[in-house]
Design a protein around this ligand. Structure first.
Ligand code: GLA
Length: 382
């Protein structure tokens, strides 16, 4: 059974156990890796994500009133509200409420529902557990209502829910890939035009490994919004609509050295995404190596969103002959390092990383061996 089908079954089973009858619709949405293109989406730049075989499943039934009841396999206490709230409550349910609240403006009928939520996407590891949850909620709500909506519109709704309701000013990459992914491919997404192209991933001789620092910095969300502000201010100062339009020659016009470094990261990272897509199209996975390492250095030094634990794992990986390339992935300040390597050296690499990391930090990293998969799947069950 596929990873997505397992989550589908688990969501249905939890729903039945919690409510005593079957759900009206089920949706299963994947988490993601991002090969390169970090902190570029909200600068209208390029990204290169692929969906992975880690999912969030949502089984749901509409109600005739405004009441919302949520059961999750992560939290023992169900969440229950008499009316769908229009403001954040300060807990995990906000991702669900946020999507339902934004969707309420686009659909008819009463806004209440019962839902069971299951997940095997690690939370806070930079694998887009929130994007997968938002997409699964949006798609299951639409399926239960028997309504269709273009994927791009769903992605924008999910982004709006996270930006406005939850208060994290994230870009469009995460919901977009959860909706549009195709197994065996990454998506080269232009976050300005929102045009996307499928790009073939390396064949089975190469694998993607995620090494999780298991560091979850509180700093992450406030620093993320802060970086976004800095980028907007820098674009403004240069008289540009976004940093997508910034050129190397603009750098000398920026006096503040910190601002200059932030802008340099965005310019060089956008270029790296296009180079990486090119290497993949030429079927040259080894060409990705220098691009991944350069992205890490740029995120560490120019954008300043790495941490010692991430740097340590990248350094350890870089010392191994089976490794093609490695870098921190996602928003930063913890979470995972993404490694591309020769499949034959996987066990050895995990051992090397675990030992080196434990020596330095007296704790073990966690490993996720991931495969690329299709985007969201859904079913209206009655
Ligand atoms: C988070 C956000 C994305 C993106 C990355 C950094 O995952 O959700 O929109 O900005 O950080 O590239």
């Amino acid at each position: 059974m596929s990873a997505a089908h397992q989550l589908d079954e688990r969501a249905r089973a939890l729903f039945r156990k919690a409510f005593g009858y079957p759900p009206g619709a089920v949706a299963v949405a994947p988490g993601r890796i991002n090969i390169v293109g970090e902190h570029t989406d909200y600068n209208q730049g390029f990204v290169l994500p692929a969906a992975i075989d880690r999912h969030v499943g949502v089984a749901l039934r509409l109600r005739k009133d405004g009441r919302v009841v949520l059961h999750s396999d992560r939290y023992s206490m169900p969440v229950e509200v008499a009316d769908l709230p229009s403001r954040r409550q300060g807990n995990w349910a906000d991702y669900v409420f946020g999507v339902a609240d934004v969707l309420r403006l686009h659909t008819s009928g009463s806004p209440g529902f019962e839902a069971a939520i299951v997940s095997d996407v690690p939370v806070g590891a930079g694998l887009s557990s929130s994007g997968a949850l938002e997409v699964a909620v949006a798609v299951s709500l639409l399926a239960a209502r028997g309504e269709a909506m273009p994927p791009l519109q769903i992605a924008k709704l999910c982004q709006a829910a996270e930006n406005v309701f939850v208060g994290a000013r994230t870009g469009i990459m995460d919901p977009f890939i959860a909706l549009r992914a195709r197994g065996g491919n990454a998506i080269l997404l232009d976050c300005r035009s929102l045009e996307d192209q499928y790009v073939p991933l390396p064949d089975g001789r190469f694998v993607w490994l995620l090494a999780d620092t298991r560091i979850r910095h509180e700093l992450a969300s406030s620093a993320y919004n802060q970086r976004r502000k800095e980028c907007e201010a820098a674009a403004n100062a240069l008289g540009l609509a976004s940093l997508r339009d910034a050129k190397e020659s603009d750098l000398e016009r920026i006096e503040n050295p910190v601002d200059r470094r932030r802008v340099r990261h965005v310019i060089t990272e956008d270029a790296r995404v296009l180079q990486a897509a090119d290497a993949l199209r030429r079927r040259s996975p080894k060409g990705l190596g220098p691009i991944l390492y350069a992205s890490h250095e740029s995120l560490r030094l120019d954008f300043a969103v790495s941490c010692r634990e991430l740097d340590c794992l990248v350094e350890l990986a870089a010392g191994m002959p089976q490794v093609i390339g490695a870098r921190m992935m996602g928003g930063g300040f913890g979470g995972c390092v993404l490694v591309l390597l020769d499949a034959a050296g996987l066990d050895d690499l995990e051992q090397h990383l675990a030992e080196g990391y434990a020596e330095e930090f007296h704790r073990s990293p966690e490993f996720y061996r991931v495969r690329s998969v299709d985007g969201v799947m859904s079913e209206r069950t009655r």
